[in-house]
Ligand binder design. Sequence first.
Ligand code: MCF
Ligand code: FE
Length: 401
Amino acid sequence: MQIAYAKYLLTPHTIEQDMAIAYDKEIIAIAPLEKLRAQFPSAEIHDYGNAALLPTFANPHVHLEFSANRATLSYGDFLVWLYSVIEHREDLLPRCEKECLEEAIKQILHSGTSAIGEISSYGEEMELCAASPLRVHFFNEIIGSNPAAADVMYASFIERYARSKKLESPTFKAGIAIHSPYSVHYILAKKALEIAKRDNALVSVHYAESRAEREWLDHATGPFKKFFKELLGQSTPANEPMRFLELFQDLRTLFVHMINTTDKERELLKNFDATIIHCPVSNRLLGNGVLDIDALHNPYTLATDGLSSNYSLNMYEEMRAALFMHPYKNAVTFAKDLIVKSTDFSHEILGFPGGKIAPGLPANFQIVDIPDDLRAREEIYLHIILHTQLPRKVIIDGTEL
Ligand code: MCF
Ligand code: FE
C-alpha cells in the first residue's frame, strides 16, 4: 500500500484540499493524510507538498504510425499536406519502427496521458500498443474510394480487425476507423460499419475537416477535383454527406474535426451516440480553421491528432492551444472544462475506467507543481494549463513511471 499527498486533489470535478489517497494498483481510499496513516501504518508515504494530484488524461485521436514526422509533411493548406502524405508515406511510415513507436508511447505517458485512441492504417504498431501500459482503443482504419480496389482494402481491414480482436484485454480494445467521406466508398463504409454494429465496436471517422472536402462533397468542385482526377481517375465524390452520416445512426462514433459542418448535419447528429473530437493544433497547421464548439449539439473533447499534423502529443500543449484558440470563452471556466473533458469524459468515450480519483478505479494519476502564490483556488485548472510543461510524476496502475 502507498499513500500520496498533495495540497490539492482534483477529482477532477471538485478541488479537495489537504486530502490524500491510499492506493495499490487501484485507489483504495481518499481521506486526510493522518487518517490514512493511522489506517495503513505500513504504507509508503509520498508527500508532494504544494502540488496538485489529478487523474491522467486520455487522448482519443492519434496516429502513432506517423510519429517519425517532424518536418517531412507540408503544412499550411490541407491539400498541400495531403499531397505531401501521398508523396512521403512510403519513406515516412517505415521510419517509425519499434524504437520510434516506443519513444512516442513514452512521451505520451510522461506527459500525463494513460489512454489513447490510435488510428492505424497498417496495424504494424498493434502488438506494441497491446503490450504497453497505455490503455489503447485501437481503431483499424479502412480507406479506398475506388470500387475497383474495394475488395483488397476490405480484406486488409478484416485481417487487421480480427488480429486486434484477438489481442483484446482490459487495456486494449478493437475499434473501427472509417477514414473519411471523400476517401471511403459508400459500400465499403457500409460493410465495415455492419461489423461495428455486430460487435458493438466504437467507430472513429474524420469528417468535415477542410473547406476543400466540403466543396468536393457538395459540388464536386475545388482542389479535390484535380486530386481525384489525377491520382485516382475519379470525377465524382465517393459519398453524399447526409447519406454517409446516416450510416452512423445506431453506432457509437467519434467524429473527428467537424469544422465545416452544416446546420442540417449537426441537427442529424443530435440523436446519434456521437462525440466530436476537437484537434485545434492540427486544424491550425493544416489551414482548416477553428471549430465552433458552441454550435455543436453533441458533446466534444480534445485530442492532439498524430505527429503527422502536430509538433507534440502532450495534452498540456493541446489544452494551451485550445485556450488561446477560443478567445471568447472565459479562461477560468473553460480551463476547468478542458481538464474535466480530457480526464473523465475522454476515458468514458474510449471505454476505459479511469480519468477520476475515486476508490475502485485504477491508480492512474499525475502530480503537477502549483505556483506558490495561487490565491483564487478555482483558478487552479487555468494555472495548471498555463504552467505545466510536464507533470512532476506520473503513476500508472500504482507504479511510478
Ligand atoms: O487527422 C489528420 C488529418 N486528416 C486525415 N488523416 C490523417 C491525419 N493524420 C494522419 N492521417 C492519415 C489517415 O489516417 O493519413 C492518411 C490516412 O491514413 C491520409 S489519406 C492518404
Ligand atoms: Fe487524424
